[in-house]
Design a protein. Structure first.
Length: 365
């Protein structure tokens, strides 16, 4: 791989949620302070939203790591876990020796334990990709989290979700949870300058020592391609470094970025194939279009220029030209027969030539 060619310790742009690779952009710093302040203030519900790839999972991993370093064991729950599975994990946190698996008995045992305690250590339930959790499970988890003992809730939910999650919270079953979430933070993509800093942050962390070097124009193109989304930046840079190592290049320019963007950009979906009417009715009658009103369907044609001398000057440097051709266009480019010369013009030319010949003979004699 490219890391050996560029003498790195590891790959620079892997899409892994590594808390050590937390890039402290202004908005990521602000998101971190938001979480710290929320936990310090003992907020029961915290929500971080953002589009795919902006760094929510890395932020989540940093939070889990920080809590563990401070002696707090959080529950990093899977968004696809069932309520029964989540309840079992919560029960095990408070009652490690419990063997109860059924929802009803587990719920009763948990409440009984809470009622018997004077002080209850809080459990931070952290759910990344909370938008993937089904509504009934999330609703039941919220109902359990509403329980308080001496005014203190044992469970605290920290949710990381896609931006669309705020619309999901407006569903009737989740409206009570929606009203309880007082602290919310939206994580946005990086800007152009932060994108450059992020690229070199990842290179330095991978052990790069001066090479590879990304030209400013290449970084600008990466920003336009990725729209500042760290995951898309990783994808583009990873591909650029593979191309650069293959071509023995220590400088990454726009050509590598363009090739990477071409490979990473999904192709445009093909249009659906037209289906014939099942009733056997003429399509023109079914659509209400008379035969003389129907426009010819355009089709894309590739014309190869075999003789540059015959091509138009603007197209002389091109190998292929794509035309959107219709029947009307075909008629327009048909070669018309040359019109015959006027007889009068022809006779005048002959007379002029004869006069010139006679004048020449007169001067010679």
């Amino acid at each position: 791989m490219y890391e050996s060619y560029y003498r790195m310790k590891t790959r620079a742009f892997e899409n892994t949620a590594d808390s050590e690779l937390f890039f402290q952009s202004p908005q990521h710093k602000e998101a971190w302070y938001f979480l710290v302040q929320g936990i310090t203030a003992r907020e029961q519900f915290l929500l971080v939203i953002g589009d795919y790839g902006v760094g929510k999972t890395t932020l989540c991993a940093k939070l889990v790591s920080a809590l563990k370093k401070n002696g707090i064991a959080p529950l990093a729950a899977s968004p696809i876990a069932s309520y029964q599975g989540l309840l079992k994990q919560i029960l095990t946190f408070y009652l490690p020796d419990s063997t109860i698996t059924e929802v009803g008995p587990a719920h009763d045992a948990l409440i009984e334990y809470f009622e018997a305690q004077q002080q209850i250590r809080p459990l931070y339930v952290i759910i990344d990709d909370a938008h993937e959790m089904d509504v009934p499970t999330l609703s039941k988890l919220f109902s359990l989290a509403k329980y308080t003992r001496n005014g203190t809730p044992p469970l605290r939910l920290l949710l990381f979700a896609h931006s669309n999650f705020v619309q999901m919270l407006k569903w009737p079953d989740l409206e009570p949870l929606n009203q309880r979430i007082r602290m919310r933070f939206r994580l946005n993509p990086l800007d152009a300058e932060q994108t450059k800093e992020y690229i070199y942050f990842r290179l330095v962390n991978a052990g790069a020592t001066g090479v590879p070097f990304f030209e400013p124009a290449a970084i600008e193109r990466i920003f336009k391609f990725s729209q500042g989304v760290p995951r898309m930046i990783n994808n583009a840079c990873e591909f650029c470094l593979m191309l650069g190592a293959t071509g023995n290049q220590t400088v990454i320019d726009t050509s590598e970025v363009e090739r990477a963007a071409a490979y990473l950009s999904p192709p445009a979906p093909a249009p659906p194939a037209p289906t014939a009417p099942s009733t056997g009715t003429d399509t023109r009658e079914a659509t209400g279009i008379a035969p003389q009103q129907a426009e010819p369907h355009p089709r894309r044609v590739t014309i190869k220029l075999t003789d540059a001398a015959d091509a138009d000057a603007d197209l002389a440097a091109t190998d292929e030209v794509d035309l959107l051709q219709t029947d009307e266009l075909v008629r327009a480019v048909k070669v018309k027969p040359a019109e015959p010369k006027s007889m009068t013009v022809f006779i005048l030319i002959i007379v002029v030539l004869l006069l010139a010949l006679l004048a020449s003979l007169y001067l010679r004699f």
